[in-house]
Every structure is written in structure tokens, then in C-alpha cells.
Design a protein around this ligand. Structure first.
Ligand code: PRP
Length: 179
């Protein structure tokens, strides 16, 4: 699997992403306009570039925390078993929280992570996902804000990997296997 040959076709350009991130930040600001401080939680590892760009566009008092969950390992298929590998540093009880995800695919990761965060009783808990693959959904769940809906193609770049590679591409590309 990991040794297969592939090429990457650009699907969403860096410029398109930047424009969309700006709009998402505006909508999030409107929603949380009265917050004392918004805890922006990046779901590692895939969201690290998205959250960096999003918080810089977000004109609100924010703090940043991270949570690491993993379901895919080095495979292109979800294991449907979501593991928390690294928990938040801070408390979120009674606080406004924005969970930032790179992609919602089957929905298992988001559903599992949201269930955990809800038990901690945040005041408000919303989700912003850069990408959504609705055709792959197995659990009925949707982010509060979505950057782009995409078809069922394996994507990389802007934080998203294939076997831990290609996270550093500035655009979202689709992987085309050639051998
Ligand atoms: C990927 C991605 C999402 C999740 C989406 O994470 O970052 O968190 O899968 O898939 P799902 O909706 O089918 O659960 P991965 O486990 O590959 O970890 P990573 O973010 O560290 O790459």
C-alpha cells in the first residue's frame, strides 16, 4: 500500500483555500462574537496547517489547544476505532470551544471526539472542518462550518497525509495511483 506509485493532481489551490478560510473565520467570528475567550482545538495531526491559518484570520480573543486522535494509521481506510493519543492541556468546562478538523470522512473520528468533549460540558461546542466527503459518511454528523465538499477521492496536502507524506503541500491534491 505505502509503496504504491502515485501522482498528485491539484484539486483546491492555495489561493482558493485562503479565500475560503477568510470567509469561514468571518462566519465563526459572527457566531462567537460575544465570547470571552474561544478555545480553538486543533485535531492533530491533519489540522495543523488549517488551524494556523484559521486563527490568524479570526478576529476574536482565542487560545489554542490540541487533541490527537487517530483512526487511519498508514492505511487509506478508516479502522473505525478512534484512539485518543494526546488529550487537551486545558479545561473546557463552561467555555466556548471550536474544534478544527481537516476532513470529515466516515464521521467516526468527529463523532467520537465530540462525544468525549461534550462530557466535559463546554458552554458552546462547534466544529469547523476544511473538507467534507459526504458520500463516505457512515455516521450522521456534520460540521457547523465546512470549507469544501469534495468527491470520494483520496486527498493530500495542507496538513493531510498519505502514509505521513505530503502534509506540506500548500494545496489540496487528489492521489491518483499509477502502479
Ligand atoms: C484523518 C483525518 C480526520 C479523520 C477523518 O485522521 O485527519 O481526523 O481521519 O476520518 P473519519 O471521518 O473517517 O473518521 P487520521 O486518523 O488519518 O490522523 P491524522 O490527522 O494524524 O493524519
Amino acid at each position: 500500500m505505502v509503496d504504491r506509485n502515485y501522482v498528485i493532481d491539484e484539486m483546491i489551490s492555495a489561493k482558493q483555500i485562503a479565500a475560503r478560510v477568510e470567509l469561514l473565520a468571518r462566519e465563526i467570528k459572527t457566531h462567537f462574537h460575544d465570547t470571552q475567550q474561544l478555545v480553538v482545538v486543533g485535531l492533530l495531526r491533519g489540522s495543523f496547517i488549517f488551524i494556523a491559518d484559521l486563527v490568524r484570520e479570526l478576529d476574536l480573543p482565542v487560545e489554542v489547544d490540541f487533541l490527537e486522535a487517530s483512526s487511519y494509521g498508514n492505511s487509506t481506510e478508516s479502522s473505525r476505532e478512534v484512539r485518543i493519543l494526546k488529550d487537551l492541556r486545558g479545561e473546557i468546562a463552561g467555555r466556548d470551544v471550536l474544534l478544527v478538523e481537516d476532513i470529515v470522512d466516515t464521521g467516526y473520528t468527529l463523532s467520537h471526539v465530540l462525544a468525549i468533549l461534550r462530557t466535559r460540558e463546554p458552554a458552546r461546542l462547534e466544529v469547523c472542518a476544511l473538507l467534507d466527503k459526504p458520500s463516505r459518511r457512515e455516521i450522521d454528523i456534520k460540521a457547523s462550518w465546512t470549507g469544501f465538499e469534495i468527491p470520494d477521492e483520496f486527498v493530500v496536502g495542507y496538513g493531510i497525509d498519505y502514509a505521513q507524506r505530503n502534509r506540506n503541500l500548500p494545496f489540496i491534491g487528489s492521489v491518483r495511483f499509477t502502479g
